[in-house]
Design a protein around this ligand. Sequence first.
Ligand SMILES: [Zn+2]
Length: 294
Amino acid sequence: MMKILFPLFFVLLLGCAKQQVQVPQLGALSPENISFKIDYDLSPGEVVLIRFPHFYSELAGELVCQDQVLPYHKQGDDLVAFVHASYFAELKAFECFYKVGTRDIRVAQIEMIEKIFPSERLNVDMRHVSLSPKDQARVDEEQIFLNSVYKLSPPRPYFTKAFIVPLNTHITSIYGARRVFNNEKQTQHLGTDFRAMPGVPIVTANAGKVVVARELFYTGLTVTIDHGMGIFTVYGHLSKIQATEGEFVPLGAQIGLSGATGRVTGPHLHWGVRVQGHFIDGHSLVRASERAFL
Ligand SMILES: [Zn+2]
């Protein structure tokens, strides 16, 4: 008797469970009857991860923040996206909308929080401050190449884990530091410098495709990885490149050795992180991605 009842019990149980699963229909799952976090804090030069329910799961919508269409990724029942503010962003709150057909669903309200960046003075080879026409032409040509590379990032991520910092050494120059070169030219340091003697193995902050593995005027021997979703990491001033343009690399893969090539005052690793068109603080990407994958 038990032999017959037991499978029957499971069939009944499965039947009950199946009834509880609701397949969302257009209009059935509206933002009004779902609660999710909508308020986020963001500072200039940072990125934040937003998460919202996968409304109307059978339809692909468009995520729009400040007139910019952003890539998003499906994770379980949710959609996640990286929303950034450039270093020069105004301290003005903004909203993000998920647009499906004629519906505009407000999925994030971003508050902008002020951040103070320090100032530093550096002395470098004058050749790297006042560029000769020949050097300027080289820089312009490299910029055209880099812009073409940055355009090709796919909307889907190549990564499935959180980003890591490429080195765990003392940071000699933080992201956003205002810099005065040789008392003349003022710029902003839109990357993080890690202390590294020449020859220290440098590893990738996440999985992706190697899109730059060559010498550039400012960053010397440089490797850039496209992680998808418009996210890139740059490793500069290397003494040796150990990656090939076009190859796919996993998280933590050795792609070169630290050095002092390009515009430098001494050996170190320059780590640049670019998100959808702007260089942002890599540490904020580490924190934001940890929220997505840990
Ligand atoms: Zn740097």
